[in-house]
Each structure stands twice: as C-alpha cells, then as structure tokens.
Write a protein of this length. Structure first.
Length: 280
C-alpha cells in the first residue's frame, strides 16, 4: 500500500486495513465522504456513529479496542463536547473533525490531549483528515531521540511525541545521546536543546553529523533563548531545523513531520537508485 498526503507525506508499506477506526459524525454527507476516502486511500472500513449512544456502544462493545477515533466536537446527545471527554477518558486517541473553530475552541480541545484537529473549511479537508489518520497509524515506525538536561523538558516532549504515536528515547546529556545513537541505529530524528552542561547543542550536532549523514537522521535544535543567531548556528553545525520555546503544538508537530517526511523521501530515493554498473 502507498499513500501520498496533502502536506507531502509519503507512506509505502503494509496495509492499514486491520486498524479499527470509530467515526463519530452526525452529518450524513461528511460521514459518507470520510468513510469513502479512508477506504479508497488506506483500505480502512470505519465504524460510523451518528450520536453519543452509538459512540458509547461502539467503544464499549468492541471485540478489540479502537486504534483511533475521529469525532465532531458536538454530537446529538452530547451537544457540549461530552463525546471528546468520553473518548479521552476511555483512552481512545482522537482526531477532531469540526466545522466550528475559534481560538477558544482550539484551546479547549487541545487541553483534552487530542491527537490532532482538522477543520471542514476547504475542499482538501477530507484528504487532510486521511493524512492525519495515516500519520498516527504509522508514526510508530519513527524513533525520535530527545536530548535535554532538564527532566521536565524531556518529559514534556516525550509526552507530546507519544501522543502522536512516535517511539521515543531520551538523554540527559550530549554524551548520553551519542551512546544511545550507537545503541539504536533506527533513530531518525534528534531533537536537542542548546544549553547543556557537558556538550552544548551545537557541538552535539557537529559530532552527530560527523558520524551520521542527512540521509540517516534529521536534527532539530531547540532553545528558549532570545538570541536570534542560534538558529543560524544550529544550521551551520549541520542541523536541519530550529524551534524556539515555548512551542505552539501545531507548529511543533508540523516541523517534526516535515523533517521525517524529508528523511523518508531521501531514503526511498536512495533505495530506488540502480546499481553503479547500470548507470549510463
């Protein structure tokens, strides 16, 4: 199975048809559009729930847990967002698919630790939803290393990445990070702080680049400093991206996705290259 996403994602691998997806949507139009598109693109048959009672029955009477839920904010029988709270309480990862969205709405749904949200405001909305579904179901293939001397910062990033279904490792120092990279060659992304006591983020980036090329892993530098030159120094040291704390959730996830998408494309292109003897 292969899948091209709206934002540049490319997935090629095993079928996703074995995943159980619950769709809580009272609009017949959107329910039909989403069901059809997920079947066409990902070979997934969704379980349609028209109201809150349907949703509760689908979640609580299943032979195996739902891998993911797609839910409108308001459903018949749950007009005040109770469906989202229910899904989170039941530990069902949830993508919100909504047509009503304001800044206050964003803050309230992100506070519920949802996976993502997609707004029904353009012709690509259903395709964007399909991409979000595909990302969540396949993110476990990506291993991310977090490097920060602050236990709180490491815990926050670990929690956020696991919410998106990534596999993670963490290191409290640059030296520990280099050791973990040796032990886990499948790590595809390193997110490193700048200010660390043993090896700062610049030096760690240089050492990583001395051993691992851009076709093997990507590096994102992070800092809470107001020094605008830090981004340039990270990039010059061999980093691929830079972000300032505090992060905006959507931007953080987008940057992570973009870097892993680029890595996947580089590796896929490399796999397709013919042997040297076949080149003209």
């Amino acid at each position: 199975m292969s899948f091209f996403g709206v934002s540049g994602m490319y997935y090629s691998g095993e079928s996703l048809q074995h995943h159980r997806i619950v769709l809580a949507e009272d609009s017949n139009l959107f329910s039909a559009m989403v069901s059809k598109r997920l079947k066409e693109l990902l070979d997934i048959d969704v379980i349609n729930c028209r109201d809150y009672d349907d949703l509760q029955f689908a979640v609580e009477n299943a032979s195996f847990p739902a891998a993911l839920a797609i839910s409108n904010i308001n459903l018949p029988g749950a007009e005040n967002g109770e469906a989202l709270s229910y899904l989170i309480d039941m530990s069902v990862p949830t993508i919100v698919f909504t047509g009503t969205f304001q800044e206050s709405t964003r803050e309230s749904i992100l506070a519920k630790d949802i996976v993502d949200y997609v707004i029904k405001d353009n012709v690509f909305a259903v395709d964007m939803l399909a991409e979000s579904v595909c990302r969540f179901l396949t993110n476990h293939k990506h291993h991310v290393l977090i490097v920060d001397d602050s236990p709180t910062a490491r815990a926050l990033l670990t929690t956020q990445l696991k919410r998106y279904n990534f596999r993670t490792s963490s290191a409290e120092s640059g030296a520990a990070a280099l050791e973990i990279l040796k032990q886990h060659p499948d790590i595809g992304l390193v997110i490193t702080d700048y200010n660390m006591p043993d090896i700062d983020g610049f030096e760690l980036t240089r050492r990583i680049r001395g051993a691992y090329g851009p076709h093997q892993l990507r590096i994102i530098g992070v800092s809470s400093s107001a020094n605008r030159l830090l981004s340039a120094r990270f990039l010059k040291a061999g980093g691929n991206d830079f972000m300032l704390r505090p992060f905006i959730n959507e931007e953080f996830y987008c940057r992570v996705n973009q870097n892993l998408d680029t890595l996947t494309k580089i590796q896929t292109a490399g796999d397709r290259k013919p042997p040297k003897s076949m080149k003209l």
